[in-house]
Design a protein around this ligand. Structure first.
Ligand code: PNS
Length: 163
């Protein structure tokens, strides 16, 4: 049984993330999308619970994908859950420079491997923060984030609660 974890803040999940989850799910028996951050602290546009709910909604069709939250060291989670790999998307050399020390540190701490999947060219420029900025100023991110996320972002920006 191969287990992998896709970690991130996912505030909110984009189609680039979803593409990585889907491809990871084809390579590993079980994949956990791990939303990092303290669920009692509101640090982003969406609460941790809202981010998790959106990811559950958009990964519903992937039977070997589950969603969890962790506020500690990533390797403590992977070790405790028997996950031997972290899976992340790599959009550019900027991502590589950011990810390399984390991959090396995580491997040193626990032996966990980091597997990088090259981002699909459709999503090479897509990030949660850029999408938030576009929506904030009234632009459209349709096609860049799942439809459920478009709706949730527009609702948030209008100051309404989700539900
Ligand atoms: O989506 P992000 O914010 O770029 O993801 C970064 C993340 C969550 C992967 C990184 O911040 C992380 O691993 N946080 C958990 C705490 C931890 O283990 N830090 C040491 C990393 S070497």
């Amino acid at each position: 049984m191969t287990k992998a974890v896709c970690p991130g803040s996912f505030d909110p999940v984009t189609n680039g993330h979803l593409d990585i989850f889907t491809r990871a799910a084809a390579q590993f028996d079980e994949v956990t999308v791990l939303v990092t951050g303290n669920p009692t602290k509101n640090t982003g546009l969406f609460t941790v619970a809202e981010r998790m709910e959106l990811i559950r909604e958009v990964t519903d069709h992937l039977p070997n994908v589950t969603v969890d939250n962790w506020a500690g060291l990533l390797v403590d989670y992977t070790t405790a859950h028997g996950a031997t790999a972290l899976v992340k998307g790599l959009r550019s050399s900027l991502d590589y420079d950011y990810e390399l020390p984390m991959a090396q540190m995580n491997r040193r701490l626990s032996g966990v491997e980091t597997c990088f999947l090259i981002t699909d060219e459709k999503y090479g420029y897509v990030s949660s923060s850029l999408c938030k900025e576009v929506v904030k100023y009234g632009g459209s991110v349709t096609g860049l984030v799942p439809d459920a996320v478009v709706a949730a972002m527009e609702k948030k920006m209008r100051g309404e609660a989700r539900g």
